[in-house]
Design a protein around this ligand. Structure first.
Ligand code: PEP
Length: 254
């Protein structure tokens, strides 16, 4: 089954609007030869409209890094799916481990956010992954199962067609440590089989599962050539065109 690769850049808490515009411009200009790989930029909320203006006439997608599930109300500082959609963005990262760790997100809130995003026509990039402690105690598979089934609870096959899953072992995010291709492939295959159990063959064969955790030019090709790895969610290396583009090019070659 050939699935187009999808490379997303999670800019986290980086880039003023001027810097964001420059980076998006460089990526756009230097990726015009990319035809089979989807590129998604996920800047801070404040840069979404600025970047939309840069990418709107290209194939580059735009995503937010988080959202709240309520549609409106007294929730100071929160942003809803409709607001994100109104910037021109089509995607939203949900349940990143930094949100789970620092902002108390749970499988239940992740599930609510996914449903609210889908209701508004946004495509969720749903993050799952075990901590170092969980890997070392041998409970990775159990944690992944809980997170995946919790995140996807109550969704239907049609909604699943809009979802990307990102497997991001917490111990590999921003640490320079990457899961080996075998370690990553094992979890990706498990995620695909969990999706298969819940939603059947068509959904599990089509769903794209990204790997995230210190992906860079040097390890992109070997990771992306694993059978169940359909792309990358990139943190550190997406902040410069020189380090992000080689990852996109590695995906395009496969
Ligand atoms: C991320 O934040 O999703 C991520 C994978 O970061 P990094 O590439 O820096 O490990």
């Amino acid at each position: 089954m050939k699935r187009n690769k999808v490379i997303a850049g999670n800019w986290k808490l980086h880039k003023s609007n001027t810097e964001a515009q420059q980076l998006a411009n460089q990526i756009k200009i230097r990726s015009t030869d990319i035809k089979n790989t989807d590129i998604i930029l996920c800047p801070p909320f404040t840069a979404l409209t600025v970047i939309y203006d840069v990418v709107k006439d290209s194939a580059i997608g735009l995503g937010a890094q988080n959202m709240y599930w309520e549609k409106s109300g007294a929730f100071t500082g929160e942003i809803n799916a409709e607001m994100i959609k109104s910037t021109g963005a089509g995607y939203v990262i949900i349940g990143h481990s930094e949100r789970r760790q620092y902002f108390a997100e749970t499988d239940e809130t992740v599930n609510k956010k996914i449903k609210a995003a889908l209701d508004e026509g946004l495509k969720p990039i749903v993050c799952v992954g075990e901590s170092l402690d969980q890997r070392e105690t041998g409970i990775t598979a159990q944690i992944i199962e809980t997170q995946v089934t919790g995140a996807l609870a109550g969704l239907n096959e049609q909604q699943m067609a809009e979802i990307i899953i990102a497997y991001e072992p917490v111990w590999a995010i921003g640490t320079g440590k990457t899961a080996s291709p075998e370690q990553a492939q094992e979890v990706h295959a498990q995620i695909r089989s969990l999706v298969n159990k819940q939603f059947g063959d068509a959904v599990s064969e089509n769903i794209r599962i990204q790997y995230g955790g210190s992906v860079k030019a040097e390890n992109a090709e070997i990771l992306l050539s694993q059978p169940d790895i359909d792309g990358a969610l990139v943190g550190g290396a997406c902040l410069k065109a020189e380090t992000f583009l080689p990852i996109i090019q590695a995906a395009e070659k496969l």
